[in-house]
Ligand binder design. Structure first.
Ligand code: NAG
Ligand code: NAG
Ligand code: NAG
Length: 254
């Protein structure tokens, strides 16, 4: 009976991990025009207009668009809030109204490129001189890292599913295989979650960056999205499931 309990506990944990990871991804594949609510990272640009005005001593017109459905990356105006996910990113003109970009497998997190591609060309030119150099602009590093992290998350999902499935056949060998999958999966998820955490922390350098003309903050804020917490929760579930899987494989007497 104790063996049954142990394996039941392991199955619940790997199931929880798998569901969190599926939720994390499906929440972003959703193709409806209503933007999804799960994001890895959010970029709030609402202070940028004021920062630009303060730096140039001139009123800024038409930096932002109020048209929620204007297509992205076509110089139609900046949005207040950008939410980046694993498959696409969405841009919002206010709390609720926004539009999403194309869905891409292994979407690259390139906040600076995506944001400046929405500005009229004279503003994107200005931005390239006014926004101080930080990791936020390092699209090569952020793009490559986010793509790598995407594959880690996908493989981690597959490992969690395989751990769950092989654990269903009740014998010591399959529990051993499950333990291997949950160990492998949690290592991969740990790498993926760490990459995202480091990327977000590093791009948050923009939060305190000041523009060189007047030493005033640039008005762009990077914050973690709920997707990052879901990813860490999925890692913890799969990691903890290693213990009952290992116990089961050594002690189960079917
Ligand atoms: C963006 O930042 C501004 C100013 O810091 C804040 O008032 C606003 O609520 C933020 N928007 C969102 C959607 O978080
Ligand atoms: C908003 O953008 C869409 C797509 O480009 C366009 O069809 C629509 O006419 C625009 N709405 C306004 C009010 O400009
Ligand atoms: C989306 O895809 C279309 C067609 O491939 C392309 O023209 C457009 O620029 C893409 N939009 C974004 C935001 O990448």
């Amino acid at each position: 009976m104790r063996g049954e309990l142990c394996i039941g506990f392991a199955s619940i944990l790997s199931f929880a991990s798998m569901m969190l990871l599926i939720f994390l991804q499906v929440g972003q594949i959703n193709t409806s025009t209503i933007p999804r609510k799960i994001a890895m990272v959010k970029v709030n640009t609402s202070g940028y207009g004021a920062a630009l005005e303060a730096a140039l001593f001139n009123p800024i017109f038409g930096l932002y668009t109020i048209n929620a459905s204007a297509p992205l990356q076509t110089e139609q105006g900046l949005r207040q809030l950008y939410e980046f996910g694993l498959y696409s990113y969405c841009a919002f003109v206010d709390e609720t109204k926004g539009t999403c970009g194309n869905h891409t497998i292994g979407e690259q997190f390139k906040p600076y490129d995506d944001i400046t591609a929405d500005m009229f060309s004279n503003y994107s030119f200005l931005s390239s001189t006014l926004i101080p150099e930080t990791t936020f602009q390092d699209s090569k590093y952020l793009g490559q890292s986010s793509k790598a992290a995407y594959w880690m998350i996908l493989f981690g999902t597959i490992c969690a599913a395989l751990a769950l499935l092989t654990g269903i056949a009740k014998n010591n060998l399959t529990f051993f295989v499950s333990a291997i999958f949950s160990i492998g999966g949690s290592v991969i998820l740990l790498i993926g979650a760490s990459i995202w955490t480091v990327m977000i922390k590093k791009s948050q350098a923009i939060n305190t960056a000041v523009n060189p003309l007047n030493q005033v903050k640039i008005g762009i804020t990077v914050t973690e999205g709920n997707g990052l917490f879901i990813l860490w929760a999925a890692f913890v579930c799969l990691f903890v499931s290693v213990i009952p899987y290992m116990l089961s494989c050594c002690t189960y007497r079917g």
